[in-house]
Design a protein around this ligand. Structure first.
Ligand SMILES: Nc1ncnc2c1ncn2[C@@H]1O[C@H](COP(=O)(O)OP(=O)(O)O)[C@@H](O)[C@H]1O
Ligand SMILES: [Mg+2]
Length: 562
């Protein structure tokens, strides 16, 4: 909370100050009225003082609300900014372990809960405490015995508030988690709408959503039941307290132990006491919720950022890439995805990697991009003489271009998407890159050309067009290392050949890794690795491998390549 409060503390301090001023003016009124009733001061003077104090109180309240609202907005803005920034820097594996919908729920719903507490309840809490202390003091000076009667109820209220506080936290945590699951279902259905439609799963998904919604609603109903019970009990106790004070005070006054003016002032102060005690219940229940939300946000903020400080080496990327006895599994105790893999990609050469799905091809590229780091004893990857884990993370990724099988395009213009890594790129450069990726022709068919927004009504790109846009992205970057991870899978064989020929012409000097299950895509590579269950089963050029009696030859036969 203190971390997020940076920048808004000034507003909150001002708002607290004005809150205290307004409380003081609230408290002054009854005292003056009491004095006027007892004729200690003239009626007229009393009326003027009360009016002046009321105006001052109104101004203070206005400024209090203004400062409070400003503080809350500043606070919540910082919270969102910090959260987004932090999430942007979390390691890839964190995103694999956490559900998108749940993350979004924490960044929206939980942030909102904390904001509500800070905006409405936090200063209220301070005002309540101030009001309690001051009202009790005035009551003490008016009549100490009656004050003891009035406060006899406080311990009861505090005790049951404490009990409810724990229960409400617990129930709200459950409700909040259920909301996270609900968000995940909704988010996955939006993202995966094509799968849902293709498999006719609408009804199943709707039922799944409704079931989760039932669970979520039930959890919230339980929470409401608790909160309502809590408030009602509080009001009941307050009611009894007021009655007791009224009756006892009346007896005191009739017996002459207390003046009429003091009685009126005392009852007014007591009424002020009732409000904070009742509101305290609301504040405590809100505080319980805010505590849960802050904890869920803290879990994100506590997640370790990607370690950018591991190394600062910036080796020339125009150097050999060496995998040296690499053994890797995603988590301790899980099966080895790569098992003692060793190979070298000489600088400027092209290597092809062939293997069945799940054989660990993409994992190789994750390791090279340092989305996962090799631990002690898992072997080493080197660029020239430099161990990969000593390299500067940002520098490394800047120099490795990667085209994925399922590229992701932002809902911006095509030109913006292609020039995503180089905002300075001219239209001419963008078009040249698109030409090399065989995308230019298709784009010229669009009414708005390169200004077409991806995903805009009526224009969605085909899988192959998206892949080609991703290739254009990489061509524009002109990185010294280029990886094509199954990235020509969605284009026809002819376009595939055309793109490769154009790439070869325009990317001389680059080290290229081509991953594919299509022999024709990688048969011209300088070296071909055949990956089988995490091990390198065969290695060599097409000419060598095609004459060996192994997996490569069998796949050639299946695909009709001589
Ligand atoms: N992020 C991940 N966490 C855990 N296991 C993964 C992850 N990514 C891939 N795997 C597992 O690693 C194996 C190899 O996957 P991958 O390298 O993507 O294979 P390929 O690209 O050859 O199809 C698969 O069995 C897959 O289930
Ligand atoms: Mg893969």
């Amino acid at each position: 909370m203190f971390y997020f409060l940076r920048g808004s503390r000034g507003f909150f301090l001002c708002s607290l100050l004005f809150a205290l001023l307004s409380t003081v003016s609230d408290l002054a009124g009854p005292r003056i009225i009491g004095l006027a009733v007892d004729k200690t001061i003239p009626y007229f003077d009393g009326a003027v003082y009360v009016a002046l104090i009321a105006v001052a109180g109104a101004v203070a309240r206005y400024l209090f609300r203004l400062m409070n609202a400003k503080g809350a907005e500043t606070f919540v803005k910082r919270m969102r900014d910090r959260l987004f920034d932090h999430i942007e820097h979390l390691p890839f594996s964190w995103f694999m372990e956490n559900r998108t919908g749940d993350i979004i729920q924490r960044c929206t719903s939980d942030v909102e809960t904390v904001k509500r507490f800070v905006a409405e309840q936090f200063t209220m809490l301070v005002r309540i405490v101030a009001l309690l202390v001051m009202a009790l003091y005035f009551m003490w000076t008016l009549n100490a015995r009656l004050m003891i009667v009035a406060t006899a109820f406080l311990p009861v209220i505090i005790a049951y508030s404490a009990v409810f506080h724990g229960k409400i936290s617990e129930t709200f945590l459950r409700a909040d988690e259920e909301e996270g699951t609900l968000s995940t279902i909704a988010q996955e259905n939006l993202t995966g709408v094509r799968v849902v439609r293709a498999f006719g799963r609408e009804r199943y998904e709707r039922e799944r959503f409704e079931k989760q919604n039932d669970i979520y609603t039930a959890a919230y109903n339980r929470l409401n039941l608790l909160v309502t019970g809590f408030w009602t009990a509080g009001e009941f106790v307050s009611g009894i307290q007021v009655l007791t004070v009224l009756a006892t005070g009346a007896v005191f006054t009739v017996r002459g132990n207390m003046s009429a003016g003091d009685y009126i002032a005392f009852v007014a102060y007591n009424a002020m006491l009732v409000w904070p005690v009742r509101t305290l219940g609301r504040v405590i229940s809100e505080m319980s919720k805010a505590g849960v939300s802050i904890e869920r946000i803290r879990q994100i903020m506590d997640a370790q950022r990607e370690q950018a400080e591991t190394g600062k080496a910036r080796p020339s990327m125009e150097d050999d890439i060496v995998f040296d006895h690499v053994t890797f599994s995603y988590a301790p105790g899980t099966p080895k995805i790569l098992d003692d893999v060793s190979f070298t990609i000489p600088r400027g050469k092209t290597v092809g990697i062939l293997g069945a799905t799940g054989s660990g091809k993409s994992t190789l590229t994750y390791l090279l991009d340092r989305l996962y780091d090799l631990e002690e004893g898992q072997g080493e990857i080197r660029i020239g003489q430099t161990a990969l884990r000593d390299t500067d993370l940002h520098y490394l990724r800047e120099n490795i271009g990667m085209v994925l099988q399922e590229p992701f395009l932002f809902s911006r213009s095509l030109a913006d998407n292609i020039s995503i890594s180089d905002k300075e790129a001219s239209m001419k450069q963008i078009r040249t890159a698109a030409k090399i990726a065989s995308l230019d022709e298709a784009v010229r068919g669009f009414a708005k050309g390169y200004e077409t927004k991806v995903g805009e009504r009526g224009v969605t790109l085909s899988g192959g067009q998206k892949q080609r846009a991703a290739i254009a992205q990489m061509v524009l970057r002109g990185t010294p290392v280029m990886i094509f991870d199954d990235s020509l899978s969605a284009v026809d064989a002819e376009t595939d050949a055309k793109i490769r020929a154009q790439l070869k012409e325009n990317t001389n000097g680059a080290t290229v890794i081509i991953i594919s299950h299509r022999i024709t895509t990688l048969m011209h590579a300088d070296n071909i690795l055949v990956l089988q269950k995490g091990k390198i089963a065969e290695e060599g050029t097409h000419e060598v491998l095609v004459h060996q009696d192994g997996l490569y030859k069998r796949i050639c036969e299946i695909q009709g390549v001589a």
